[in-house]
Each structure stands twice: as C-alpha cells, then as structure tokens.
Design a protein around this ligand. Structure first.
Ligand code: CTP
Ligand code: MG
Length: 232
C-alpha cells in the first residue's frame, strides 16, 4: 500500500520563543525539519509515494531546494494560520492508499512507531494514533488556580504523531472542516484524529515512544540538542 506523509511545519513556535519558525531551528547542525524528513525516509515500513511538507509561505523556495535530493517525490506547499489549516492544505496533494500526518516538531520519532502505525492501518483500522500512558498526577483546576478534582489518569493517553489514515478516512475527517469551517466541527484541533472522532470514525491506539516527543518548549529544545550530541 503506497503512503503519503504530510509534515506540517508551518507553525511559528511561539512557545519555543526562538528567532525563526520552530521547524527551522538548528538541532546539532541540522534543522528540526531536516531531521524529521530523514526519520520519515528511514522508516522502512513505508512504501513511500510522496512527502508533502507544509511550510510558511516565505520558506517554500529554500525548503524545496533543500529537499530536492530526497529519494522520493517531495511537494512543498504553504501552510495556514492554524495547524488544521496547514494539514488541510497538505491533504490536497495526497496520493496513495494511506496517509500519515507527522509533526515536523518530532524529529526523533523511531522507526518502530511508524511500523506500529502502518501495521495497524494494514490490519484495516481506518485511523491510527500512537500514544503513551500519562505519568504525572492530573488535577482539574479553575481559573483562580484552585484544585477541583484529581483525574483518573489510567484511562488517559498522551497522543503523538505520526497519525495514520486510510486516504478516504482523511477525506472524511477533513471534509467536515471544509464544508463547515466556522462550526464546532471545523474548529482548530491539536491533532488530526480529533476530526476523525468527530466524524464518527473509530480511532485505534498503538504504543507511542518517549523519543517521539514534540519539541514545544525551550526545555524540549535542550533535550533535543543533547540527544543530537549522542546523549540518549
Ligand atoms: N503547524 C503548522 N501550521 C500551523 C501551526 C502548526 O504546520 N499554523 C505545525 C508546526 O510547525 C508543528 C506541528 O504543527 O510541526 C505541531 O504544532 P505546534 O507544536 O503547536 O507548533 P507551533 O504552532 O509552531 O508552536 P506554538 O504553538 O508554540 O506556536
Ligand atoms: Mg501550535
């Protein structure tokens, strides 16, 4: 089954607070995006059709140039204001039976996570997400910082990417947002499976991996740079 991989890389990285969009921040001499593209190419399980990289408008030319030597077709397209808009822009260029949506900000995602997602897609699950048990105690808190209740973490998972879709499931998920962009269904979400859930599709969980963490904060960037130096 051939696969397209959408890599949304058009975010600004507000929480990271660097001087450039997050995907273009240097980790050990290479941009975060370059590392993520390399990790996708290293995932042997993928019968890769094309990689669709979604970037800020002004970076289309340099990214296209950087990725011209990739061993598969690469399409570089401009993103939108919200992550959902960026993925939707990438989804217009999808080919093949399966689609993976994978954050540019997860450069150390191991091949085994790709393997598990693709194996579950091949087994017939239309939507697949990797996730990890939550390790910290979780509590509800009100706007004044008062603790309301402790949440049962045993039924919760921290969800990562790549998130896998049968191509028609991605159309169903994102089709709802195209037809109703201003409705609750079309509201921005932090992952793609949420749109599938709202469209009534079953979402299947596989094991994630701590190394698939998302670089979000300055601490995450320090961790990533340490990992790039061989610390792991
Ligand atoms: N993303 C995107 N388009 C957007 C927003 C996010 O393509 N409009 C991408 C980011 O580049 C990132 C992934 O979605 O690879 C996950 O988003 P997040 O970690 O929130 O990144 P940013 O939005 O860049 O960070 P922040 O929310 O701190 O500004
Ligand atoms: Mg964001």
């Amino acid at each position: 089954m051939t696969t397209s991989v959408i890599i949304p890389a058009a975010g600004s990285g507000t929480r990271l607070g660097e001087d450039r969009p997050k995907a273009f921040v240097d980790v050990g001499g290479v941009s975060i995006l370059s590392r993520t593209v390399a990790s996708v190419l290293a995932a042997d399980c993928l019968d890769l059709d094309r990689i669709i990289v979604v970037v800020p408008d002004h970076l289309i030319d340099p990214v296209t140039d950087d990725l011209r030597i990739a061993p598969c077709e690469v399409v570089v397209v401009p993103g939108g204001a919200e992550r959902t808009d960026s993925v939707r822009a990438g989804a217009e260029h999808v080919t093949g039976e399966f689609v993976l949506v994978h954050d540019a900000a997860r450069p150390f995602t191991p091949p085994a996570v790709f393997d598990r997602v693709v194996a579950a897609l091949r087994a017939g699950h239309p939507v697949v997400v990797p996730g990890l048990p939550v390790v910290d105690t979780l509590k509800r808190v009100d706007e004044h910082g008062r603790i309301g209740a402790t949440v049962d973490r045993s039924v919760l998972r921290a969800i990562q990417t790549p998130q896998g879709f049968h191509a028609d499931a991605l159309v169903t998920a994102y089709g709802n947002t195209v037809s109703a962009p201003d409705s609750a269904v079309g509201a921005n979400t932090t992952d793609d499976a949420a749109l599938a859930e709202r469209a009534g599709l079953p979402v299947y969980l596989v094991d994630g991996d701590p190394d698939a963490f998302k670089i979000t904060t300055p601490w995450d960037l320090r961790l990533a740079r340490a990992m790039a130096q061989g610390w792991d």
